[in-house]
Design a protein around this ligand. Structure first.
Ligand SMILES: [Zn+2]
Length: 166
């Protein structure tokens, strides 16, 4: 069962800037729980951002625990108001997106990043991570600013691929 419909490119709502969460109340926790279930409901999927469900709030969920590309693993990460602090190095990775089911693409991201965020209990946290987990976090945080991985591809002829139909 799908908990939320995932907005599909070129839906305009995917292009909007999400707003900061002001208060972590029961309603928000309930939404985050459903967002989590939506992520887990999509097999092989490692991240989701609230705007993909039409909720324009700065929330992302990432979990790379079971992904073979992951080196750094911090389990299930629920990030409220994540802020990108710094990034170093470059990592090229083939990305896909629930909101762009037709394509995958090679995208350059930072290899090691530092992110500040608030967790579900309202505690401010700092996370440093690298590799695939860092890539997924950058992809999801981009969604909060209306950016899709498609925008990060400079040469679509070379780096954009039609997804194989399963
Ligand atoms: Zn995405």
């Amino acid at each position: 069962m799908k908990f939320f419909e995932i907005l599909q490119f070129p839906d305009e709502r995917l292009r909007q800037k999400s707003v900061e969460v002001q208060k972590i109340n029961d309603e928000l926790k309930d939404y985050i729980e459903k967002l989590k279930l939506t992520l887990f409901d999509n097999k092989g999927c490692v991240g989701i951002a609230a705007p993909q469900t039409g909720v324009l709030k700065r929330i992302v969920i990432v979990d790379v625990t079971n992904h073979k590309k992951a080196t750094n693993k911090n389990g299930l990460l629920v990030m409220i108001n994540p802020i990108f602090i710094s990034g170093t190095g470059v990592l090229l990775n083939r990305e896909g997106c629930l909101s762009v089911p037709e394509y995958t693409g090679n995208v350059e991201r930072k290899n090691v990043i530092k992110i500040k965020y608030t967790d579900i209990s309202g505690t401010e946290k700092l996370l440093e991570t690298g590799g695939f987990e860092a890539v997924v976090l950058q992809h999801e945080i981009d969604h909060l600013d209306g950016i899709l991985f498609l925008d990060r591809i400079s040469n679509t002829k070379r780096d954009l691929f039609s997804r194989k139909k399963y």
